[in-house]
Write a protein that binds this ligand. Structure first.
Ligand code: GH3
Ligand code: MG
Ligand code: MG
Ligand code: MG
Ligand code: MG
Length: 314
């Protein structure tokens, strides 16, 4: 039963990583003081199934961007009351990177400097009104493709290829940020390192592919069990959980629970019904350097191995 459920969960994770967004998933904000122009642009967008939002000036546009952080493209007119399109670009770029939002400037004014002004202030592209709808779609989809490509690369850079868990890089970055926050409140960050016992013997006995299957099965259960927490595959058969400002007994109870779950259910992770166990080392602050916390957890893990494996040592 666990094998079947894990297989489905794993396939889902794999798909998520490769998934290309459809136009239905893309939110485009159209900013123009002329209602007919807004409606025309929105009708072009809707025809290709993009989601649309409208704002009649820069101020309203900024409020909408704050309220809907998943808006990824902004199409803006230049001449508008209070704030012009190029000023809106500057403001958007002060708040959002160009790897998360694309801006396309639009204007009917007969000034050849306008495209330069837009681009200099952070727009990615420019369209002169009246424009051909083919050109509109081409420029829009090229910008969307670029954002998608960046998001995919970012996701892959943070994900472990085999298990689809967050990787070491992501884990360290996020834990470091969290520890910085916790330090201000004099809280306690905690970290556990988990290592499969005698994993080499599994590889030697059943082969590397079955070893991989065990790692994948364990990873799915691990991320489900510690859903509320930051988890990662650090490398090989080593995993980690980071607890932001937790109670020591609470964290140890969860870890002991997981250790026991693996001891009693690990045979369900592979077709070969392999039983295995985990050794776990735990460390808790007040330490605000992730490397130091990891070093202490690693020493405890070593103690767990030395004292007979299949246990949590704190
Ligand atoms: P201990 O109880 O002391 O931890 O013993 P162990 O055998 O688990 O530890 P050891 O460090 O000696 O061996 C870890 C093994 O993990 C060796 C390596 O081949 C295997 N391994 C590392 N990464 C992978 C992987 O991605 N897939 C597979 N199948 N094996 C891996
Ligand atoms: Mg205008
Ligand atoms: Mg091991
Ligand atoms: Mg070892
Ligand atoms: Mg190891």
């Amino acid at each position: 039963y666990i094998i079947k459920e894990n297989k489905q969960a794993y396939q889902y994770l794999e798909k998520q990583l490769l998934r290309l967004p459809r136009n239905e998933d893309i939110k485009v904000l159209v900013v123009d003081d002329s209602a007919p122009t807004r409606h025309y642009i929105c009708s072009l967008l809707t025809r290709h199934k993009y989601q649309t939002l409208q704002a009649e000036d820069g101020k309203e546009a900024l409020a909408m961007l704050e309220a809907a952080p998943d808006i990824s493209v902004i199409i803006t007119d230049n001449e508008m009351p209070n704030m012009n399109g190029d000023e809106l670009c500057t403001e958007i770029r002060r708040l959002y990177n160009n790897d998360e939002k694309a801006i396309i400037g639009i204007s009917g004014a007969d000034s050849s400097d306008l495209s330069t002004l837009f681009l200099k202030n952070g727009a990615n592209d420019y369209l002169h009104k009246p424009f051909n709808s083919e050109e509109f779609y081409c420029r829009l989809s090229q910008n969307v493709d670029m954002l998608t490509l960046i998001a995919t690369i970012k996701k892959q850079a943070n994900t472990d290829y085999l298990t689809k868990l967050p990787n070491r890089r992501y884990f360290f970055e996020e834990a470091r940020k969290s520890l910085k926050k916790i330090e201000l409140d004099e809280g306690n960050g905690a970290l556990a390192m988990l290592d499969i016992d005698h994993f080499k013997a599994i590889n030697d006995t059943y082969g590397h592919d079955i070893g991989d299957e065990v790692l994948k099965g364990l990873s799915i259960c691990f991320s489900k069990y510690f859903k509320k927490y930051l988890v990662a595959r650090l490398g090989g058969e080593e995993f980690a959980v980071y607890f932001a400002d937790t109670d020591k007994q609470e964290a140890l109870k969860r870890l002991e629970g997981f250790r026991y779950f693996i001891e009693t259910n690990s045979q369900e992770f592979s077709k070969a019904k392999i039983k295995f166990t985990l050794s776990i080392g735990f460390s808790i602050g007040p330490v605000y350097q992730i490397d130091e916390l990891l070093k202490q957890a690693d020493l405890k893990l070593y103690d767990a191995k030395e004292s007979g494996r299949n246990r949590v040592v704190s």
